[in-house]
Design a protein around this ligand. Structure first.
Ligand code: SF4
Length: 433
């Protein structure tokens, strides 16, 4: 068993789902008497515990670079132990063990008891639902499931995380209660795919009722939904978003593409017609909602026609927020097995640039419609001069901000009304009313 020192740095890479795992482990480690820091820049600690990402090449590189930085610290005697877990380790366990022997332990997917065992600590049941938040404290991610039952051709997540497992509703509600008691006002609902919640249990889609129950928690003011999926979609959710004042008018629904030729080859399960029907139903029920999506360009065999169809689609639909990825071949995925990665990096990047340039124009014109509007804003931060916050139309880290002045002092997590006086393609600017 490891002779452990007292200061642990939990280094979290990758997605918001990793953040939740690290936050849960942090509270358990601190209950076991360790001083816990959760910080990429910290250099004074005895044990490094790295939560890695193994989704796509860039993310893998970032995780491996971080591990080597820690190996250098260890080799220079500034660090005693390195423990690596998460998606990269789950996916490449044997290769990593062989190539980086300086790492003391590689663990696969997050398992709190396994990690605690490595630092000779026991799971503290009293703090089962507790977390040390890696955020300012007024918002928190709430993970409702793990794994994925979709078969998207480009995606390695089902290979890493396995099949979809919904968390028990009672556990999710307990955790939300604990978060609310810690001052969290905004819950950001996440999973690989939240639309599917409950379907693995009884072939019913239970997300709508879960959201309704979460909204009954008094101190929770905003509930934001991330990672909706366009196929097997719980349509009654739209009425809840429309009628429940706590549920943000915010639709995050990664679509990846729109041409049937590519959607079919991506095995997305939804056709162009089904996608357009769902989106128009959403717009009818939620005319004021913000739409966020991500697109993937350069998928094997993507033709100029497929790409132009995608460009035309985003130009017509006008998403408020759009992220673009270029296809990266991931071994073990059905796309890697079936197709040659035949689109050059140059063409992939060129197509991504064209989409982002079009989106910049769209975001600018959509933000101009917010001029002179009054928005309810949650305060995130004060930079000594301006307050930074978000309306229900902006999520943390991935979207723009509302940057504003105030003649009274405000604190993070406070809500206020801001009148919008100017804008650019990302942010809105204003004054507190
Ligand atoms: S929905 Fe598709 S892209 Fe998302 S995690 Fe599942 S397989 Fe991957």
């Amino acid at each position: 068993m490891l002779k452990v020192a007292k200061k642990i740095n939990i280094i979290t890479l990758g997605c918001s789902k990793n953040v939740v795992d690290s936050e849960q482990f942090a509270v358990q480690a601190s209950m076991a008497g360790f001083e816990v820091v959760h910080n990429l820049d910290e250099i004074d600690f005895n044990i490094a515990i790295v939560n890695t990402c193994g989704f796509i090449n860039d993310a893998k590189e970032e995780s491996i670079n971080m591990i080597f930085q820690l190996v250098n610290l260890k080799n220079s005697g500034k660090l005693e132990k390195i423990i690596v877990f998460g998606c990269l380790a789950q996916r490449y366990m044997n290769e990593l063990k062989a190539e980086i022997p300086e790492v003391d332990v590689f663990c696969g997917n997050y398992d709190v008891s396994e990690l605690l065992n490595l630092i000779e600590a026991d799971f503290d049941k009293k703090h089962k639902y507790d977390r040390i938040l890696d955020s300012p404290g007024h918002y928190a991610y709430l993970k409702i499931a793990e794994g994925c039952n979709r078969q998207c051709g480009f995606c390695a997540i089902p290979l890493i995380k396995g099949n979809y497992v919904s968390r028990a509703k009672s556990d999710i509600l307990e955790e939300a209660q604990v978060l609310a008691s810690k001052g969290v006002k905004e819950l950001i609902i996440i999973a690989q795919d939240i639309s599917y919640y409950g379907y693995d249990i009884d072939k019913q889609l239970h997300l709508p009722e879960l959201i309704e129950e979460l909204s009954k928690i008094k101190d929770i003011k905003w509930i934001r939904l991330h990672y909706l999926f366009p196929f097997l979609f719980p349509e009654s959710l739209l009425d809840i978003i429309a009628n429940n004042p706590k549920v943000c008018n915010y639709i995050d629904i990664p679509l990846q593409h729109i041409s049937d030729n590519i959607l079919k080859k991506m095995k997305r399960g939804a056709t162009k017609k089904q996608t357009l029907e769902l989106l128009s139903k959403m717009r009818q029920k939620l005319p004021d909602a913000t739409f966020r999506t991500t697109m993937l360009v350069g998928y094997p065999t993507e033709t100029e026609e497929d790409f132009n169809e995608l460009l035309e689609f985003i130009s017509e639909f006008k998403f408020d927020k759009l992220g673009v990825f270029t296809y990266s071949e991931e071994e073990g995925t059905s796309a890697a097995k079936k197709y040659t990665d035949n689109i050059s990096e140059e063409v992939k990047n060129h197509r991504a640039d064209i989409l982002m340039e079009r989106q910049r124009e769209i975001s600018l014109s959509l933000n101009s419609l917010k001029l002179n509007q009054t928005l309810r804003v949650i305060v995130d931060d004060f930079d000594g001069d301006m307050y930074h916050g978000r309306s229900q139309y902006d999520s943390v880290e991935v979207d723009g901000e509302v940057v504003f002045t105030s003649d009274v002092d405000l604190v993070a997590g406070e809500f206020c009304d801001v009148i919008i006086t100017s804008y650019d393609e990302y942010d809105l600017f204003g004054e507190k009313k």
